[in-house]
Design a protein around this ligand. Structure first.
Ligand code: SF4
Ligand code: SF4
Length: 372
């Protein structure tokens, strides 16, 4: 454990050096996010991914197949240094060979956690795949499934654009809970996107999670390029003052979220996307974060054409990191990147507190009073 902490601390120092001086190469200290596919069987009102292949049917042939992706990851020294991979979509469980891919990820040297996000609309397929993965899960490695739930019953169906979606999600969750009887370390989560359509129903959802013993989490709606909401951009925040009070009243969401909400939805810390993390889209393109995915001017390279390490250490990647330091999306609260960024700032907070015997806090000095 001590060795792991020291290793993490060294990588955080490396990343700060890379951030400030441009050398050495940074190390993804959090996780790598992989968009497995842009196929999706939902029709969510806050996301246009489900329209992509209807509008451009030939494009789906460009997706990287998961066995090929696994080979690319196996060859990478950068990937060998990380311990957590997060899988997203589209709907990942639609993608062919997903279960074998996940089993293969767990065989990578340092990977001890794989998380996956699903809309839960394919109960039988999801339960069967997860059952197979859990049966082959090596000891000491952890698998976590997060099922989207934006409201109860009709609210969820309306947001996801599918009649009966809520019933299917409930069936998925019930099946996953059954699997947990034999695999107590298996983690099931649920997550909701707070948006104008469910802002008056958040309490019901929280109560439902509590009554059904589901670990639920709220995230704030954003309009990233990843969801192909190009018109909106990352700076659009659809909440007024009343909405913000409603959001705050359901309790803490994540570190710093209250600060963000109290300060006109402005991100309080520099973002470390592209230093502490990377995003690989379904076509094998690499970006600093999932929010900037599909913007060509933020594409670090393609792992279809080049090895992962060549893309990560390329001159283009270095230039894009310089752009991330001045990321124009100051209103971005990307739940996936907040944790990665916090990993980078946490040691500064600890050192300041230790050196002043708890009298000073880095966050408080930055006037981030609600940040802990
Ligand atoms: S939010 Fe997720 S489930 Fe909904 S359309 Fe987008 S990718 Fe599909
Ligand atoms: S602030 Fe960070 S996570 Fe948000 S869009 Fe910019 S680089 Fe991506």
């Amino acid at each position: 454990m001590r060795g792991k902490r020291l290793y993490l601390a060294c990588n955080i120092v490396k990343n700060w050096s890379s951030y400030l001086l441009g050398v050495p190469q940074p190390v993804p200290v959090g996780y790598v996010i992989i968009g497995t596919t842009f196929h999706c069987n939902a029709k969510c009102i806050m996301c246009n991914i489900h329209k992509l292949y209807k509008e451009k049917p030939g494009l789906c042939n460009n997706e990287l197949e998961l066995p090929a992706l696994l080979e690319k990851l196996k060859e990478s020294e950068v990937i060998k240094k990380i311990n957590h991979i997060d899988l997203t979509g589209g709907e990942p469980f639609i993608k062919e060979h997903l279960d074998d891919f996940i089993i293969g990820l767990f065989r990578l040297p340092n990977i001890n956690l794989v998380t996956i996000n699903t809309n839960g609309l394919l109960p039988d397929k999801i339960i069967s795949a997860v059952s197979g993965i859990l049966k082959s899960l090596p000891n000491g490695k952890f698998f976590s499934v997060s099922v989207s739930m934006d409201g109860i019953g009709e609210v969820h169906d309306r947001i996801r654009g599918i009649e009966g979606a809520f019933d299917r999600v409930e069936k998925t969750l019930a099946g996953l809970k059954d699997l947990r009887i034999e695999h107590p370390d298996f983690t099931i989560r649920s997550n909701a996107v707070i948006q104008p359509e469910n802002i008056d129903h958040l309490g019901e959802l929280k109560k439902y999670w509590g009554e059904n013993k589901i670990a639920g989490a709220f995230g704030l709606i954003q309009t990233p390029f990843y969801t192909l909401s190009r018109d909106a951009g990352c700076n659009s925040v659809p909440f007024g003052k009343d909405d913000i009070q409603k959001i705050k009243s359901i309790g803490p969401k994540s570190k710093g979220a209250d600060y963000y909400l109290d300060h006109n939805c402005n991100r309080p810390l520099h973002c470390f996307a592209g230093y502490a993390s990377m995003f690989i889209d379904p076509f094998g393109n690499v970006y600093p974060c999932n929010f900037l995915a599909e913007r060509e001017d933020y594409q670090m390279g393609s792992i279809k054409a080049d090895p992962v390490d060549a893309v990560w250490t390329s001159r283009v990647a270095r230039d894009i990191r310089a752009k991330v330091k001045k990321c124009p999306y100051t209103g971005c609260w990307n739940g996936c990147e907040v944790d990665q960024t916090m990993i980078q700032f946490e040691p500064i907070e600890r050192v300041v507190k230790a050196m002043t015997l708890g009298m000073l806090s880095y966050y408080k000095m930055k006037k981030l009073n609600n940040f802990q």
